[in-house]
Design a protein. Sequence first.
Length: 351
Amino acid sequence: MITQVLPPTDENIERAAQQLTLGKLVGMPTETVYGLGANALDEAAVRSIFAAKGRPADNPLIIHVALPTALEPYCEVNARAYKLMEAFCPGPLTMLLPKKPSIPSVVTAGLPSVAVRLPSHPVAQKLLKACGVPVAAPSANTSGKPSPTTAAHVLNDMQGKLEIILDGGECQVGLESTVIDLTSTIPTVLRPGGITPEMLQSVLGEVQVSDSVMRPLRPGEKALSPGMRYRHYAPSGKLTMVKGEPSRVAAVIKRLANEKNSEGQSVRIFAFEEHLSAYQGMDVVSIGSLSNPETVAHKLFSVLRQADGDQVPILYSEILPAQGLGLAIMNRLGRAAAFTEIDADETEKEP
Ligand code: TXA
Ligand code: MG
């Protein structure tokens, strides 16, 4: 099969919608990351998503619809969900709600809840309206790789596995949607994203963030969101995060990079725009501006993918506070680093 990356003309969106109704996969842009879509009501089509990604069958999928009214046949929409949709949808938010029997259990990996999302990207909106079915779509990466934020990333992972990738440009947000469980007594954020806990609290009052968001799972611990169990967002190089006062962070990273370089190993540094000049002469890339976390979210996955493409074995990254959008950024960076972190303030302490 030859995979085509197509501009999102009305005609191409119609072709993509036809692919979906025929039980085929489509690469779909959203405002968060690209999705690998299939008709959620077609069991065989949904199975082919798992095969194309190499995704374990026990990791459930999100279903996408264009409008709130389209949700009723598929899940029990409660008052909290309506409030959140009014405030944030369409947008980068996924809600877990009790599933109705119309959704095949292969979509939810047998769970009683289904994850639902209304993407705001205009191409996703048009495609969902054109096909008229809910679209099950995980991120369109090979399982374990950083999520794709451009059509080229999707092509890189999915070449030959589907006919059409609609090219909607670079994804604006750059990180996957916030996942909130609305079936628990207290609404619980299972995956932080573009809609921050503070934004959710402003609408729902009490909201908690699952404590597994900022740490690896303990041996034998059951993940609330099955996707959190797997190694995720992982570049092939070994990534270490370095925290602390910026000049100490730069001193530690430069010392470690020089040591590795003298052992013949190449090193790449991920630094904030504001700190780039501290790493002159080294392989340093900007991960966006510290004063504008949106730019960091937007770039993070493509910077990780680039490091993979360049086969850099050792990576060091600066970090930012895990607040607001920073929580989502640090969740992804932390997982990419398997939560390996050096405290520069400790390392550089006077003896
Ligand atoms: O931004 C996004 O959400 C993108 C775009 C394409 O919409 N999609 C995405 O899907 O990130 P995926 O499959 O890569 O991540 C979905 C996450 C996984 O961690 C999965 O375990 C969790 O949502 N999930 C889905 N259904 C669930 C359920 N019923 N209960 C608990 N977790 C669920
Ligand atoms: Mg994913």
